[in-house]
Design a protein around this ligand. Structure first.
Ligand code: CMP
Length: 145
């Protein structure tokens, strides 16, 4: 199915000069394309919205400190099977479990500084697109606060 997903290249990816490396892997996939892209430093309010399911977890404070430490790149990718596809390309959350050939497996070594976020479902994708690209929300989409 034709889908869209929200990707964040996290501050470690931007700081280490890996934007091109990661975007290139996405861009080379057949039938995928970049629909929107924006470099910005994320504030606490945005991160509490984006990571609503993690607010209150023991790693949340550290996650917010890391994610607000420098600019990230927010991207909308459109294409066939793009939601599962980008997650496979990213690899498992813990880079030690991420296979070689994945972004995290190739370039990351710890769970927090794991370079890339990718929406985990169509519902998450539309919710997250609403946070980072409000003008891209579909008129028929139900985007919870
Ligand atoms: P992400 O896929 O963006 O979703 C939540 C993020 O929280 C995750 O990537 C990691 O960066 C971070 N995270 C998840 N679990 C842990 C953990 N146990 N310790 C530290 N950071 C975590």
């Amino acid at each position: 199915p034709l889908q869209r997903t929200l990707i964040l290249l996290k501050p470690d990816a931007v700081g280490r000069g890996l934007i091109g490396e990661i975007i290139s892997r996405i861009e080379r996939k057949a039938n995928w394309h970049i629909a929107a892209m924006d470099l910005r430093t994320l504030d606490v309010a945005t991160l509490e919205r984006h990571y609503a399911e993690h607010v209150g977890k023991p790693f949340f404070g550290s996650l917010v400190a890391f994610m607000s430490s420098g600019p990230s790149v927010a991207v909308i990718v459109e294409g066939e099977h793009v939601i599962e596809g980008v997650r496979l390309l990213a690899g498992r959350t813990n880079p030690l479990e991420a296979g070689p050939g994945t972004v995290r497996g190739d370039f990351a070594s710890v769970t927090q500084e794991n370079l890339i976020h990718a929406s985990d479902s169509e519902e998450s994708a539309e919710r997250e697109i609403g946070i980072f690209f409000p003008s891209a929300v579909r008129r028929d989409a139900r985007v919870p606060a």
